[in-house]
Design a protein around this ligand. Sequence first.
Ligand SMILES: Nc1ncnc2c1ncn2[C@@H]1O[C@H](COP(=O)(O)OP(=O)(O)OP(=O)(O)O)[C@@H](O)[C@H]1O
Ligand SMILES: [Mg+2]
Length: 353
Amino acid sequence: MSAGEADVRLDKVRKVFGTVVAVDDVTLDIARGTIFSLLGPSGCGKTTTLRLIAGFEQPSAGEVYIRGKRVTAIAPYRRDFSMVFQSYALFPHLNVAENVAFGLRMRRVPRGARGTAVAEALDLVKLGALAERYPRQLSGGQQQRVALARAMVIKPAVLLLDEPLGALDEEMQVELRQLQQRLGITAVFVTHDQEEALTLSDRVAVMRNGIIEQVGAPREIYDRPVNEFVAGFLGASNFLDGTVISREAGIAQVETACGRVSVVTDSATVGAKVRLAVRPERVRMNAPQSEGVSARIRDIVYRGSVTHYYMNSAGGPLLCYRQNAAAGDWSVGDDVRCAWNVESGVLVAPESG
Ligand SMILES: Nc1ncnc2c1ncn2[C@@H]1O[C@H](COP(=O)(O)OP(=O)(O)OP(=O)(O)O)[C@@H](O)[C@H]1O
Ligand SMILES: [Mg+2]
């Protein structure tokens, strides 16, 4: 993608605070009208990346572009964005409508147009009825929606959101997504909540220590994680170590301590030591003896819609999630045979050290 098509582009951006490398050589393209999430553990550089886009921080190296224009040296107030901060502080002395109108007043939008825009923005977040209330009279989720309306009302090219959705339920998240698509807003969304990132995003960047480990669509990073960190950060994963004993037509046979499994790969070579990751919901527990790996059930956790089976195998612990629509008759201590479809396993780069 060229810089012209991307609403936000970071080119080899680096940010150093003293001895801390907060953002390390990050290159990203964020396409117009999409939600892009920065996902990663505390301290990995998410807020710093957002502040670099906003211009609240200057990069130590690299360039920042908004709508194809280089803005690296341009002040925040001359960049076309609005930001919802990690603490979504509203002005306590202004009511809901006045809070939302604030950015329009700053831009000297005339009173009539301002009123219409504020009413529209409040409608979008379903707060029209609460326009006269003060922030202290609102729930946490309602305050967040005011903060969103306040950021969206100025129709910025780019909406920057720093963990703004803590109190929003899934339904509200889905509504926010529909709203963003209807308005064609480009949003950069920071979160350390993987489910939130998967629910809301077109693309997700998984960060660690200032570095982007993987960028992709939610399904891609969940199903095809490139390394153990990404696999483990996005939900639970089983890991089995083994040796490639053959490879034919893009499918490798891997010998593990608990059995032989097949995995789709176009790179593994015969004799290579590999680590295989497989999601717990992909594991089937009643495979025939000729298939899969053997394990013994150690713990069973009933969770309402699903049951989690914790198992031991010669290759290490294994976890299986089963929908409770299918009744499971297993007990702790049972020996089971676990298998999964060949495309459900993925070879990942192991953590070194
Ligand atoms: N102004 C600053 N001066 C010095 N170090 C900073 C500064 N801002 C951030 N850092 C450091 O840079 C790293 C990245 O911080 P950042 O705020 O970007 O993390 P984050 O991913 O947003 O974390 P969280 O999920 O906790 O909000 C951290 O190690 C942090 O301590
Ligand atoms: Mg942060």
